[in-house]
Design a protein around this ligand. Structure first.
Ligand code: HEC
Ligand code: HEC
Length: 186
């Protein structure tokens, strides 16, 4: 009986999980963290019934730019029907987070497959070179993320100006997931 349950669970897992290689090669998507207070109220009331908020990061626009993007995307589906006050709250927040001085998250970053992995000194050298121009390494050391989320952070940092190749980015992400990941067993 117990065994039966376990093997059924194992089969379900096998069906659900794509092969490891395919997982690694999915395009990476941005992750936008939920705003607080009034802004979240406006979004929750008006936006999230149709789609999430992560896609906002694909854009870097000023106020008029956000207004016309939102209008044009929702002309056909009536998704943009806000009071003036709510629209101002929303667009002010959008411009502060995803304004014209930011870089839009790339539409498609497909991680390359890597076959060699960073040692600790190699990873530290790359961090020193590519990551200390704008902030200290403490900004990185205080974070613990699963590999997938480190990839989002690293792609975001590259959009902001960190200089590293796709290969270097992937090796760094693998190392960060291994050394500064969320696996408590180590
Ligand atoms: C009725 C459903 C609906 C609601 C409500 C809605 N949207 Fe959308 N939204 C869509 C659809 C459908 C698209 C895709 C349209 C297209 O690509 O032409 C979209 C596209 C977008 C895009 C562009 C996404 C991309 O990746 O290009 C943004 C940004 C966006 N919506 C923000 C918002 C915001 C902010 C709100 C709340 C004010 C909102 N949406 C409310 C249906 C909705
Ligand atoms: C061109 C400037 C720049 C470079 C280079 C840079 N960063 Fe950042 N980083 C930022 C800024 C700006 C923030 C603050 C963003 C925010 O708080 O929204 C930040 C925040 C962070 C955070 C905290 C945010 C989070 O989501 O946890 C981490 C971790 C991070 N950076 C990692 C890195 C790594 C790893 C590198 C090297 C690959 C790097 N950064 C290189 C500008 C940079």
């Amino acid at each position: 009986m117990g065994l039966n349950r376990i093997s059924r669970a194992a089969i379900a897992l096998l069906i659900l999980l794509p092969p490891v290689a395919a997982q690694g090669r999915r395009s990476t998507r941005p992750q936008v963290s939920r705003p607080d207070g009034e802004v979240w109220n406006v979004i929750r009331k008006n936006c999230t019934r149709c789609h999430g908020i992560d896609d906002y990061a694909f854009f870097a626009l000023d106020g008029p730019g956000w207004n016309s993007l939102l209008e044009s995307k929702h002309k056909a589906n009536g998704g943009y029907n806000l009071s003036d006050a709510d629209r101002k709250t929303l667009v002010d927040w959008l411009t502060s987070k995803f304004g014209p001085e930011t870089k839009p998250f790339p539409r498609s970053y497909i991680p390359p497959e890597i076959t060699t992995f960073f040692s600790d000194p190699e990873a530290h050298r790359l961090l020193e070179r590519a990551c200390t121009k704008c902030h200290g390494l403490d900004r990185i050391e205080m974070s613990r993320y699963p590999e997938e989320h480190w990839r989002v952070v690293a792609v975001d940092m590259r959009e902001r100006g960190a200089q590293l190749s796709d290969e270097e980015l992937e090796r760094l992400v693998e190392w960060l997931g291994r050394v500064w990941g969320t696996n408590q067993d180590k």
